[in-house]
Ligand binder design. Structure first.
Ligand SMILES: *Cc1c(COP(=O)(O)O)cnc(C)c1O
Length: 397
């Protein structure tokens, strides 16, 4: 007698695995098999974590910082983060409003769990980071995607937002600078959007993980700086991964109004306890040893900016490709709709025929585009974009 297969839960059956991690894994497997792959799929800096941060972590390990930490994070790191928000944005937060989590990704999930109930609607501007809709579904809530394509610079307009709001709308997700498009909202654009959100009493999840990665003089605008009312409705998510090349450390941050911060700490206490203790001591050095950190970041920004401009110029030389020059993060999001293939077919053929890994726009809710990460070496970018040009020329024949 054989047992029937155990049924999986609603959550397990309804989740779509991360397509960005899947494409990256496929590219890495090809590379491991000896193929000469040009990877534009990974959403992480190619640099190593700055030395002083690693040293601080090693010192913490040696000093026995190997036990559980307080659930919301080690006290000096929460204080240093509160200091950072004051210095960078003039925002005054008590350390009790700051939470350190195991990654910006988990920070987003906690923020959604703390604000959304089953049946609530969450507005997610597309192209969106792949995890938002899945996290909303895991909270039992309903993701409502609204497409802002390249005709508006991938920026949602207030009219689009207004039209998407219903009595069930609870939360608006904002991510500027954006993954996958690199778009950065100007202050005026952000103010106009946030005004609509406030009119309808929405919460705002502001994912500011790319806050320090901007170019051409563009500046990240934090909605919480607009007014006390906005601050009281906004949950700021950020982290160490993208700014300091610390993706593997799994450290994210949340800053929220006191009642939400308390709820988030309680959710964290019953799910992950705390972010890795010695990793937090390493991260503290990123905030405390400011000069070293600034120098490392400045170097990374110079490299990212050079690659951004080069890749942008090369993409626009390709017949049939149209690409905006994004001002933030480390992605470009070229329009490839003129080739008449779905973005998924385009990317599969590109990887199979030319060994170039890119993520299809449809994964981010925007058909007709590709996401290319330029957080990779100049050499790979040069080789990869040459192959992409050959591939596109082949499609034109
Ligand atoms: C990378 C990323 C995160 C969080 O990354 P972690 O590695 O979990 O810290 C959050 N939001 C966006 C948009 C990202 O691209």
């Amino acid at each position: 007698m054989s047992l029937a297969p155990a049924p999986l839960s609603t959550w397990a059956r309804n989740i779509s695995p991360s397509p960005t991690l899947a494409v990256d894994a496929k590219a890495k497997a090809l590379a491991a098999a000896g193929e000469d792959v040009c990877g534009f799929a990974a959403g992480e800096p190619d640099f190593d974590t700055p030395e002083h941060i690693k040293e601080a972590c090693i010192a913490a390990l040696k000093a026995g910082k190997t036990k559980y930490a307080p659930t919301p994070g080690i006290e000096p790191l929460r204080q240093a983060l509160a200091d950072k928000y004051l210095a960078d944005y003039g925002l005054k937060f008590a350390p009790s409003q700051v939470i350190v989590s195991p990654g910006g990704k988990f920070s987003c999930y906690l923020a959604i769990l703390a604000t959304c109930s089953p049946g609530d609607e969450v507005i997610i501007p597309a192209p969106y980071w792949v995890s938002y809709p899945e996290m909303v579904k895991l909270a039992g809530a309903k993701p409502v995607m609204v497409l802002a394509d390249d005709t508006t610079g991938f920026r949602l307009t207030p009219a689009q937002l207004e039209a998407a709001i219903t009595p069930r709308t609870r939360l608006l997700v904002l991510n500027s600078p954006s993954n996958p498009t690199g778009a950065v909202y100007t202050r005026a654009e952000m103010e106009a959007l946030v005004a609509v959100a406030m009119k309808h009493n929405l919460y705002i999840l502001s994912d500011e993980i790319y806050e320090h990665l901007t170019y051409d003089g563009a500046k990240h605008v934090a909605p919480a700086t607009f007014s006390k009312d906005v601050e009281a409705r906004t949950i700021i998510v950020s982290g160490f991964a993208k700014t300091y090349a610390m993706t593997g450390w799994r450290l994210g941050t949340i800053v929220a109004p006191a009642p939400i911060a308390k709820a988030i700490a309680e959710l964290q206490s019953q799910t992950t306890s705390n972010a890795t203790t010695f990793a937090q001591w390493g991260a503290l050095a990123a905030l405390k040893e400011k000069e070293k950190t600034q120098a490392a970041l400045a170097q990374m920004l110079v490299a990212f900016d050079r690659r951004r401009k080069f890749l942008h110029a090369e993409l626009n030389k390709i017949d049939g490709v149209r690409c905006l020059l994004a001002e933030g993060a480390f992605y470009l999001f070229p329009n490839i709709s003129s080739f008449g293939l779905s973005s998924e077919v385009f990317c599969t053929q590109l990887l199979d025929q030319k060994k170039v890994a890119a993520v299809h726009g449809s994964a981010f809710g925007a058909e007709g585009y590709l996401r290319l990460s330029y957080a990779t070496s100049d050499e790979i970018i040069q080789k990869g974009v040459t192959r992409l040009a050959e591939f596109c020329a082949g499609l034109r024949k």
